[in-house]
Design a protein around this ligand. Sequence first.
Ligand code: HEM
Ligand SMILES: *[C@@H]1O[C@H](CO)[C@@H](O)[C@H](O)[C@H]1NC(C)=O
Ligand SMILES: *[C@@H]1O[C@H](CO)[C@@H](O)[C@H](O)[C@H]1NC(C)=O
Length: 370
Amino acid sequence: MKLNTLCLLTLALSSLEPTSAYPGLAQALTNLPTLPKRQTVTLLADLQTLPDTALSPAGLTIKNILLHNRAATSPQDLTTVYTPPGPLDSAACRASTCCVWKHVADTMAAAFLNPSTSHCNSLARQAVRLGFHDAGTWSQSGGSGGGGGADGSIILAPAELERTENRGFVDGIAPQMRAWYDSWHDAYGVGMADLVQMGATVASAACPLGPRVRAFVGRNDSAVAAPEGRLPPPESRDAEALVALFADKTIGVRELVALVGAHTASRQRFVDEVLSGLPQDSTPGVWDAVFYNETASEDPPLGVFRLPSDQALSRYPATQESWKVFADSVGGQTVWNDDYAAAYVRLSVLGVEHINDLTECTGVLPLHSA
Ligand code: HEM
Ligand SMILES: *[C@@H]1O[C@H](CO)[C@@H](O)[C@H](O)[C@H]1NC(C)=O
Ligand SMILES: *[C@@H]1O[C@H](CO)[C@@H](O)[C@H](O)[C@H]1NC(C)=O
């Protein structure tokens, strides 16, 4: 029995990762029961029609990530480092798409960390939420040209920024994004849509233990406010409605559960204004899986404020299983980081018309910190 199982496991492993030999086996075995489910494999925009032979490097990478083809493409990249070919104003730097982004990402990373603790700060958590609130306004049923998505409109359209669900940005990350845009837009062509998504990926990578989500640039900006009603209401506690809302963005249950793990770094201000500032887990400066345990716990630590939506998702049959996988105190963090990364890449290209035109700049991100 034991032998049979092991053989099967080895077979399954070797077909997934042809290069993995015994050294990785122990870890792989720990992760095995939690290998990603192929549930959301919906391609997006131009990737739905372009043949593989017409794909750019970024197009192929994103396609593989959207298809959960992890044997070919990992949704995180923990090693690539981009070295600028010259100073910001040099011809060599201007000729390399990622060069200005190296300067942007370094500036962001410094702004996102508390220098004395190296924990991520309020600007970092707002940057992650901002990335979601810009891109998450896209919906499949809205159709192509239906508006919304990762287009920078959350900052460029005042009417969108002022919405209730965006409360809090206006005195924090929004003026910061504006200032960064003013520094790099005219002189270096940095767009708001890219800036907002880069902010979210720099922030998660900068937070201790956070994923290094693969980062792409080249999106188009829009100053037209996204359609209303596409983001989850802050007070929502209806898991079924949340699952449906995200399904309309091509985000499946497991991806939804991975994404709300971003609340590991969160401190609510407006759900309960009397308890403003209370975190959603006991370690808001660290991107740890403790959030999943504490949200599902019958006996949460004092001072942790659980969002009704998170509690609902931790109990709802369709999402509970993934919740448990990420809550696992041994392998949860590793599985979650990859799942979050895959789901975030999907989120970060929602509404982008020509995904194949993007360029990968993951190398500019801070390296994963333990
Ligand atoms: C089920 C869907 C979701 C609901 C109902 C929800 C709701 C909320 C609420 C109510 C807050 C507290 C806001 C406040 O009072 O200041 C919050 C904060 C936050 N959310 Fe979500 N959220 C959801 C999904 C997501 C996703 C997908 C992400 C990112 C991938 C995300 C990232 C964040 C972050 C980082 C914060 C902390 C902001 C801060 O501390 O400044 N959320 N969310
Ligand atoms: C949380 O972690 C503790 C300690 O490891 C464990 O006893 C408990 O069962 C976990 N709870 C959940 C809901 O995962
Ligand atoms: C941006 O818009 C231009 C003009 O419509 C288009 O050619 C280009 O492919 C778009 N880029 C992306 C990333 O969608």
